[in-house]
Design a protein around this ligand. Structure first.
Ligand code: UD1
Length: 434
């Protein structure tokens, strides 16, 4: 299996183009099941998770075309007829976002059989809120032999309802927004997620003819239509990729312009980075991030639903804070088991103590390179960031996680002066800049 080899210590300077958001593109692709007309998505990132979603949709009868457009890869998805309503275990186990086909399948085909996602490296991650919401829309839902089996009532159509979420869930909000857009009558989602990816999905559904109001707030109204049409839609820039490269600039004391980035997508993150001593400014084409001179100031961070500090940037922020002047308390409030990067950062010389949902990071003068590996996407990239700042060589194993979520990571960093390469198991450098 390939690994990533980094020789740390170089300041990163240059421009990095921001890709489309994986976490927006996946639900948008699932939304293509809601219509028989083609949905064209622009600015779709080339990632393993996108390929997994393509193969899942193909199995449901969707034809998938891709072409190079002015805005990166364009995907054309069309499902004339849902020929199969099952999302099998082998696909769902690799990518939890597969569960996003549940709402669209039920709404359009009247039935769905989707493997239960099960646990993952960052926690238990149930889907009870998705299922409960669909039941409130009139679906019958059963759990049988590891599968969710759901169908609509005799009329074949879901019916609008008022659904109050006890906790904020991005995926449940997305699944229910899609299902409700073909339901009979009005649906109100209360305590809905407000992430930019939710807004992106709502805007795409509106372009497909749906009537939705309140997206971006905690109360979303959806008036169901009998049918939706096709659309052309551009995926929002990836705020987690933006935040990751912003931290890459900070941790190496460098200066990066993130081309295509929008400050409004991650204000809390930029405020936090400014507190550490970084400077952030808008340019005509994106955002420029300059790292602090010397070591950063330690700041406390708590992950929260949007617009709070994103859990998907917690590991990267922790890598940065390992070099802080002083201490930083990092509290994870979204997932119960998201500190898998701590032992690996510690092996690189970090001083971190975890107590329940909080990690106390006492800054050290420098990290030292080491062989490391991680068990999830964001933890893996936090080790890349640590490796960029560490003295000596870091080898990161199990990099298939990085391929799931960061388009051309090695190439983008190398273009800005990082000494980084992808190495095959036999030790030879790969030509491609994954
Ligand atoms: C999405 C993102 C993921 C991000 C997360 C939180 C995608 C593809 N993934 O994941 O990168 O880390 O949002 O910002 O967009 N929960 C329940 N029951 C449910 C659903 C969720 O208890 O039915 C809990 C989860 O266990 C978690 C919390 O709610 O503790 C938030 O999870 P959720 O927002 O649903 O995350 P995902 O949509 O899976």
């Amino acid at each position: 299996m390939d690994k990533v080899r980094i020789r740390g210590g170089n300041r990163l300077v240059g421009k990095i183009p921001v890709s489309g958001a994986k976490n927006a593109a996946l639900p948008l692709m699932a939304a293509s099941l809601l219509t028989s007309a083609p949905l064209t998505l622009m600015n779709v990132p080339a990632l393993a998770d996108i390929e997994s979603m393509c193969s899942l949709l193909t199995g449901l009868g969707t034809t998938v075309g891709d072409q190079n457009g002015a805005m990166g890869t364009e995907l054309v998805l069309q499902n004339l007829n849902i020929t199969n309503t099952e999302a099998p275990y082998d696909v769902v186990r690799k990518m939890r976002a597969s569960v996003l086909v549940l709402g669209p399948l039920l709404a359009r085909a009247g039935r769905a059989r989707v493997s239960l996602p099960g646990g993952c490296a960052i926690g238990n991650r149930p889907v009870d809120l998705h299922l409960k919401g669909l039941q409130e829309l009139g679906a019958t839902v059963e759990l049988t032999r590891g599968y969710i089996e759901a169908h609509t009532g005799p009329g074949g159509r879901l019916r609008g309802a008022k659904i109050a979420f006890p906790t904020v869930s991005v995926g449940a909000t997305e699944n229910l927004m899609m299902a409700a857009s073909l339901a009979d009558g009005e649906t109100v989602l209360i305590n809905a997620a407000r992430e930019p990816e939710i807004v992106d999905l709502a805007d795409c559904l509106i372009a497909m003819g749906a009537r939705i109001e309140g997206h971006g707030t905690d109360t979303i109204h959806i008036w169901g239509r009998e049918a939706l049409c096709g659309a052309r839609y551009q995926v929002v820039p990836d705020r987690i990729e933006i935040g990751t490269y912003a931290i890459a600039a900070c941790i190496t004391g460098g200066e990066l312009e993130l081309v295509g980035a929008r400050a409004g997508l991650l204000e809390t993150v930029f405020d936090t980075l400014s507190e550490t001593g970084a400077s952030i400014s808008e340019t005509g084409s994106g955002i420029k991030v300059s790292g602090p001179e010397g070591r950063p100031r330690g700041v406390d961070v708590m992950t929260e639903p949007y617009p709070g500090f994103p859990t998907d940037l917690q590991a990267q922020m922790m890598a940065y804070m390992t070099r802080a002047e002083g201490a930083s308390m990092i509290t994870e409030s979204i997932f119960e088991n998201r500190f898998m990067h701590v032992p690996e950062l510690s092996r690189m010389g970090a001083n971190i103590t975890v107590h329940q949902a909080s990690a106390l990071v006492r800054g050290v003068e420098h990290l030292t390179g080491a062989p490391v590996m991680a068990t999830d996407l964001r933890a893996s990239v936090s080790l890349v960031l640590a490796g960029l700042a560490a003295v000596g060589e870091t080898n990161i194993n199990r990099i298939y996680h990085l391929d799931r979520g960061y388009e051309r990571l090695v190439g983008k960093l190398r273009d800005c002066g990082a000494i980084i390469e992808r190495v095959a198991e036999n030790g030879s450098a790969r030509n491609q800049v994954a």
